[in-house]
Design a protein around this ligand. Structure first.
Ligand SMILES: Nc1nc2c(c(=O)[nH]1)N[C@H]1C(S)=C(S)[C@@H](COP(=O)(O)O)O[C@H]1N2
Ligand SMILES: [Mo]
Length: 522
């Protein structure tokens, strides 16, 4: 084998890689103009999310947390890059086959985009652009490689065969290839970055002014976090509010064209604009929202003041028929969520929220409007970017999570969490506060108890009361003795029921069991 054929093969592989890279970048830019979610990498990523089996998804949420999306997208990019390197190698002997494979790769992304639940015909354009540019860059680079090789062959000396073997680029050929490759790299980076810039959601919420709510909720008293360091704030700062959704691109919705459609098994279906919604009676309510995927002691729970219109009022105007047992809500990103009809019509005040903590919803929390249903996990009652409510039955329509075998009865389980001290950390002996939050939305928290090792349960002091749908802070003063200790917490809800000790995984209806941590005192 020729001594330089290895670097020659590398150049072919790089050609394949750059074809894919420029294709993806141009696709990303075109998507920014037509529909950011239709970007090749993103639509493949979304398809992977939807197709991922629930246990794998749960594992990813537990291990990567809010980084699950970057990890997913990097994996998609990595697999594409590996495929592209292979295509480049193939191009050395079979350039047209390589070209076909680049088109096929882009075609897969196009298929993914077209099969998204909210796809429109223009969503094919990014993949189309990726195919054209990908093939163009591939053949452009191949051409530079082969001209280099021809020149080399022409300069070949009859006496010195080792100087330059046939098929190996001359120095000029190599230089031209390097320039071409560098140009493609810089071009891909520039185009991709531009696409990313253009696709960022505009700061639409600033253009919304909120009406005064009907039952303005009184301000919350100061929380325990002002006294006990390390306890979650009574009201979660919006920047710290947890986020869980399947959206790789935060939907950008123009309030002027936003509408909420209410239909299905109702007497009078209708739709309502954002302005009309804002003119309806608004209420304010303190609600704790948590994710069914939260492990015992996990971070996917936050609390704030919500402002919105009662869903009961919206449904009454439509006249829901007697057979209806669920409301199927839909969002602009194609999510579907089933909520039991009782939860939306009883007096818990489920709302279409337009504000959190006195501000219009931030885009990632559902701007311009989302559902919030007290007492239920987010996956069965908190549809973000909501645009449609359909009165129907569980027998007739299945929501996204129902199809993935999560329970339809998503009532929040009573739980308590230790926020401070931190598990596995070392502390000095002496008096210290053990504290955290406890929740049982719909029932409220009556009591929180802490246990050290196998000792007796000790009653914790509760923080201020934000209502039964809101979490409760708690703390207990511990005189810590040297050694390794287990700290365990349990809550009793407003009906006098102690939370179950039985351990359950988040799937299919929420985690249960006592939160326990190990601390070292020395
Ligand atoms: N459109 C849409 N709404 C959604 C979801 C989603 O993936 N898409 N996820 C739900 C889940 S599982 C939860 S826990 C809450 C989280 O709301 P947050 O991100 O505002 O905290 O939103 C719910 N609403
Ligand atoms: Mo969730």
């Amino acid at each position: 084998m020729e001594p330089t054929s290895k670097s020659q093969r590398l150049r072919y592989a790089v050609s394949g890689l750059l074809a894919a890279l420029t294709g993806m970048a141009v696709g990303h830019l075109v998507a920014a103009l037509v529909n950011p979610a239709a970007s090749p990498v993103l639509s493949v990523g979304s398809t992977v999310i939807d197709a991922t089996p629930t246990p794998v998804k749960e594992w990813a949420i537990q291990h990567f947390g809010t980084n699950d999306k970057p990890v997913l997208l990097s994996s998609v990019a990595l697999v594409t890059a590996l495929a592209a390197l292979g295509i480049g190698l193939l191009a050395r002997k079979r350039p047209s086959a390589a070209g076909v494979l680049v088109v096929l790769l882009a075609g897969l992304a196009g298929l993914a985009a077209m099969l998204r639940p909210t796809a429109s015909p223009v969503d094919i354009l990014p993949a189309f652009a990726a195919a054209v540019v990908g093939v163009g860059v591939l053949f452009g680079l191949l051409r530079l490689l082969s001209t280099g090789a021809t020149e080399a062959a022409a300069h070949e000396s009859p006496l010195d065969h080792s100087a330059q073997a046939p098929g190996v680029a001359s120095t000029t050929g190599r230089r031209n290839f390097l320039i071409g490759a560098a140009g493609a790299t810089v071009g891909a980076a520039a185009v991709g970055t531009l696409g990313q810039k253009l696709a960022v959601p505009p700061t639409l919420p600033s253009s919304v002014s909120l009406p005064t709510p009907q039952n303005t909720a009184p301000a919350l008293p100061a929380g325990l976090e002002t006294k006990v360091k390390g306890i979650s704030a009574f009201s979660t700062p919006i920047k710290d509010f947890y986020r869980v959704d399947t959206a790789l691109v935060i939907p950008r919705i123009d309030v002027k064209s936003w509408k909420l459609e209410i239909g299905g098994d109702v007497d009078k279906p209708y739709s309502i604009t954002f302005d009309e919604l804002l003119k309806m009676p608004m209420i304010e309510k303190y609600i704790t929202l948590n994710c069914v995927s939260n492990e015992v002691g996990g971070p996917y729970i936050s609390s704030t003041l919500w402002q919105g219109v009662r869903i009961k009022d919206l449904l009454e105007r439509a006249g829901v028929k007697a057979n209806v047992d669920q409301i199927l809500s839909e969002s602009t990103d194609g999510m579907t969520i089933s909520t039991p009809i009782e939860a939306l019509t009883d007096d818990r005040d489920a709302i279409i929220a337009v504000a959190m903590n006195g501000e219009p919803l931030p885009p990632k929390h559902g701007f311009p409007a989302r559902m919030v249903t007290p007492g239920l996990y987010g996956f069965v009652g908190a549809t973000k970017w909501v645009t449609k409510l359909t009165a129907t039955t569980y027998a007739k329509d299945k929501a996204y999570w129902t199809e993935r075998d999560w329970l339809i009865d998503g009532k929040v389980k009573t739980q308590a969490r230790i926020d401070t001290p931190r598990g596995l950390a070392t502390y000095k002996p002496g008096k210290m506060a053990v504290g955290g939050v406890a929740w049982a939305q719909g029932r409220g928290i009556e009591k929180v108890e802490v246990r050290v090792d196998d000792g007796p349960w000790q009653k914790a002091t509760l923080g201020p009361d934000g209502g039964t749908d809101y979490w409760r802070q708690w703390f207990w003063e511990w005189d810590a003795k040297s050694g390794r200790h287990d700290l365990t917490v349990r809550a009793t809800d407003g009906t006098g029921t102690v939370q179950t000790q039985e351990k359950a995984d988040p799937f299919p209806g929420g985690a249960s069991g006592y939160h326990s941590i190990v601390v070292l005192v020395s």
